[in-house]
Design a protein around this ligand. Structure first.
Ligand code: CA
Length: 227
């Protein structure tokens, strides 16, 4: 047994049943909801370690469930998306999903991504560090970021990425470096997810304060300079 409890919010009974059986086989405890409204309610009031969230759901779609969930909860979320929902993937990540997987998927791929998420959460909960670069102060315990006492709101993934850049200030980090350490080395997605997230961070930090924090090192990767 591994003591983790997972909530599946998925209206296709065949799919949810299949995922449930596989997860239970791996030793996870599993709850299932088949519509957005009851799913959100359970996600908010149950004590879950991970939510698997479908997008097209009756009564409240997955994006709306995620948006409302993120107003008060940082529980890890993996979106289950259909092949033609590319925009939704980006939107889902923007709203604070930790990862997405495209249906139909191999169950081994889903299990691998779940392991990555639990591995990262374990690491971050034992770290107790505060990082300071150029007026930015990131407190990994409180999940807070400020610039000259001004609070900056980040999604979980943005926070993890910035934390990794701050931990390695002054160093040039390759996309592969970043993928391996922020998303997990067995992440199956595109490497350009790094570029997408760097642009989110620049919008929220560099552009907002009209100051250059994150440098692009052409052909290599990214660097947070400490000046
Ligand atoms: Ca669906």
């Amino acid at each position: 047994m591994n003591n983790k409890t997972i909530l599946i919010i998925e209206d296709e009974v065949k799919i949810s049943r299949f995922i449930q059986l596989e997860l239970e086989h791996e030793g996870y405890r599993v709850d299932v909801e088949h519509n957005g409204r009851t799913g959100l309610d359970k996600a908010l009031h149950g004590n879950y370690d991970l939510i698997l969230l479908d997008i097209m759901l009756p009564s409240l779609n997955g994006m709306e469930v995620l948006r409302r969930l993120r107003a008060s909860s940082q529980v890890p979320v993996i979106m289950l998306t259909a092949k033609d929902e590319v925009m939704d993937k980006v939107m889902g990540l923007d709203l604070g999903a930790d990862d997405y997987i495209t249906k139909p998927f191999a169950i081994e791929e889903l299990l691998a991504r779940i392991r990555v998420i639990f591995k990262h959460n374990r690491i971050s909960s034992t770290e107790s560090n505060i990082y300071k670069v150029n007026g930015l102060i990131l407190d990994a315990n409180k999940y807070s970021l400020t610039y000259c006492n001004d609070p900056i709101e980040l999604t979980k993934k943005e926070f993890d990425l910035l934390k990794y850049l701050m931990m390695n200030k002054g160093l040039v980090l390759t996309r592969d470096n970043i993928l391996e350490n922020v998303w997990g080395y067995d992440y199956f997605g595109d490497t350009n997810i790094v570029d997408v997230y760097i642009s989110y961070l620049r919008n929220k930090i560099d552009d907002k304060y009209n100051k250059k924090f994150i440098y692009t090192v052409r052909g290599v990767g990214y660097q947070l300079k400490d000046e």
